[in-house]
Write a new protein. Structure first.
Length: 76
């Protein structure tokens, strides 16, 4: 899975589960950052969401699930 595929999957799940627009969730989630497997062997990506406490919690909850299913990403 690539950064853009993970981002698209996250946004689709957020819209489906919490409503709102793709544009708003994409802005709140922010970009997917990749890290070197040398220093981050267990999970080589991160997202730092913004927004209200409930919006950040919704994003973080889905991120936990995505980390379990897709811990290692390929560059786009």
């Amino acid at each position: 899975m690539t950064q853009s595929q993970l981002s698209d999957l996250l946004i689709a799940k957020l819209v489906r589960e919490h409503g709102g627009t793709r544009h708003r969730w994409r802005r709140l989630a922010g970009p997917v950052r990749l890290y070197s497997l040398r220093t981050h062997g267990h999970c080589n990506w991160a997202i730092t969401p913004t927004g209200s406490v409930s919006e950040i919690a919704a994003i973080e909850q889905l991120l936990d699930d995505l980390r379990m299913d897709h811990p290692i990403l390929d560059a786009d």
